[in-house]
Design a protein around this ligand. Structure first.
Ligand code: HEC
Length: 179
């Protein structure tokens, strides 16, 4: 009798803990298999120099000669000015912040946005919130797309060499966002 009760309590406690345990960096810890994640990155259409999946989620474009789309190139620069101090160069992770090149592939796009806008805390591990920082928010698609390309091993570490020109549409959106 006693045993049944304590097992039930232990189970309830385990279930209550499960969601928190799942959210703690599980996306970055999961390895990426580019074959299996093909659908999350495949281009369905493009618009004004931006590329999208069939779910209207931004993605990267890589030409055979290694030319990257503007967003990927821009994301490389923005990532290294805003995120790399904690998350390490090229999205590779560091001793105190996760390998977010994997997160950008494994995580839902909107969940990724949510963490950056609102931040997240897990004990002493703190992701700051960037929702009020235009230098991040106006370029979050760029950063996301760059990290996705890194996670899929589509672009090598370091600064991308050749890039597509910045389109008028991207320039206009940037000006409108930065105000
Ligand atoms: C001050 C250090 C710091 C900076 C700067 C920072 N992060 Fe983080 N970030 C963290 C930490 C620490 C975590 C893990 C939080 C946790 O344990 O829940 C994290 C978690 C994340 C996650 C969740 C990853 C996952 O797999 O669940 C995303 C996405 C993320 N950061 C994106 C970014 C982006 C994009 C930038 C740049 C705009 C950025 N971070 C800048 C420290 C930082």
């Amino acid at each position: 009798m006693m045993r049944t009760v304590s097992v039930k309590i232990a189970l309830a406690a385990a279930l209550a803990l499960a969601p928190a345990a799942l959210s703690a960096q599980s996306w970055s810890d999961q390895p990426v298999d580019p074959e299996k994640s093909q659908d999350a990155a495949a281009i369905a259409y493009d618009e004004g120099g931006r590329y999208y999946t069939e779910d209207d989620v931004p993605t990267y474009n890589l030409a055979e000669d290694g030319t990257v789309d503007w967003m990927t190139f821009s994301g490389f620069r923005r990532y290294h000015s805003e995120c790399h101090v904690c998350h390490g160069p090229d999205g590779e992770g560091s001793t105190y912040a996760p390998k977010i090149k994997n997160s950008a592939v494994n995580m839902d796009y909107y969940d990724f946005y949510d963490v950056v806008v609102n931040g997240r805390q897990n004990g002493n591990s703190v992701m700051p919130h960037f929702g009020d920082n235009p230098n991040v928010m106006c370029y979050l698609d760029d950063i996301y797309v760059y990290l996705k390309a890194r996670g899929m091993d589509a672009v090598p570490r370091g600064r991308p060499g050749k890039k597509e020109a910045k389109s008028d549409e991207i320039r206009e959106m940037e000006d409108a966002c930065m105000g």
